[in-house]
Design a protein around this ligand. Structure first.
Ligand SMILES: O=C1O[C@H](COP(=O)(O)O)[C@@H](O)[C@H](O)[C@H]1O
Length: 230
C-alpha cells in the first residue's frame, strides 16, 4: 500500500493543499453518487481546514459528516472533537442537522461505540477520511499498545479505555472501518510530530500505519514535522 508524503512549503501552502484535496474528493463523490461522505479528525490540527471550509460556498445538503473518534465528555464540552468542527465550521454553514453524525460519547465508551456502530451499519463507505497524527503515532483514538481493530472481522467502532492522552475514555472507529474509505488524508504539522513521522517513514508499526485503504494514504505535513528539506 502506498503512503504518499506531501510536504507543504508553509502554512498557506499546507492549507491550500488540504482544501484542494478535500474539494477534489467532494467532486469525485458528487459525480459518482450525488453525496459526499466525509469522516472528520479531531485534535487541534484540522481546525485551519475546517475554518477554511466554513468560508467556502458548497452544496452543503449533499455533505454527510461523520467522526473518526470522540472523547467521552459531556455534550458541548470544548475538548470534544465535535466541538472543534462545530465551532469552526459546521455551525457556520447551512448543513442540515440530520447530515451531521456525531458520536454519542457522552454515553460512555461502551454504549457510545454500540450506538455509533448501529448508525454506521446503514452507512456506505466514506469518500474521504481525515485523520490526525498524535505525537506517539496515534490516529483517531487508536493508541500504541491498544487494540486497533485491524482484523478483517473487527467491528466498525471500538470502546477505548485507558487512553494515554486525556480523556482516558473514548470511542474510535476501527482501523478496518477507516481503511474502507475511498481516500484517506492525514493532516499533521509541527516539530512535535517529527518523531512519529520518522517512525512511520522508517516502517514502525505505529497506529497511523494501520490505516491501509486499497488506494493508499496521503499524508500532508509541514517542513518541521518532516524534519528535513523535502
Ligand atoms: O486526541 C486526539 O488526537 C489526535 C491528534 O491530534 P492533534 O491535535 O495532535 O492533531 C486526533 O487526530 C484525534 O482525533 C484526537 O482525538
Amino acid at each position: 500500500m502506498a503512503t504518499r508524503w506531501h510536504v507543504a512549503e508553509d502554512e498557506t501552502d499546507w492549507l491550500a493543499q488540504a482544501l484542494a484535496y478535500t474539494l477534489a474528493a467532494e467532486a469525485e463523490a458528487l459525480a459518482e453518487h450525488g453525496q459526499f461522505r466525509v469522516c472528520l479528525a479531531g485534535g487541534g490540527t484540522p481546525g485551519r481546514l475546517y475554518r477554511e471550509l466554513a468560508a467556502t460556498a458548497r452544496d452543503w445538503p449533499r455533505w454527510q459528516v461523520w467522526y473518526g473518534d470522540e472523547r467521552c465528555l459531556p455534550p458541548g464540552h470544548p475538548e470534544r472533537n465535535s466541538a472543534l468542527a462545530e465551532q469552526a465550521w459546521l455551525r457556520r454553514v447551512p448543513i442540515p442537522a440530520a447530515n451531521v453524525h456525531s458520536i454519542p460519547a457522552e454515553l460512555g465508551a461502551r454504549a457510545g461505540a454500540e450506538v455509533y456502530a448501529r448508525q454506521l451499519a446503514g452507512a456506505a463507505r466514506f469518500d474521504l477520511v481525515l485523520l490526525g497524527l498524535g505525537e506517539d503515532g496515534h490516529t483517531a483514538s487508536l493508541f500504541p499498545g491498544h487494540d486497533w481493530g485491524t482484523a478483517a472481522d473487527a467491528p466498525d467502532t471500538l470502546a477505548v479505555f485507558d487512553a494515554p492522552k486525556p480523556p482516558p475514555e473514548r470511542v474510535s472507529l476501527s482501523a478496518r472501518r477507516l481503511s474502507e474509505a475511498r481516500r484517506v488524508l492525514f493532516l499533521a504539522g509541527g516539530a512535535g510530530k517529527r518523531a512519529a513521522v520518522a517512525a512511520w517513514r522508517g516502517g514502525a508499526a505505529i497506529p497511523a500505519a494501520a490505516i491501509r485503504p486499497a488506494a493508499g494514504v496521503d499524508v500532508l505535513i509541514d517542513q518541521s514535522a518532516y524534519g528535513e528539506r523535502a
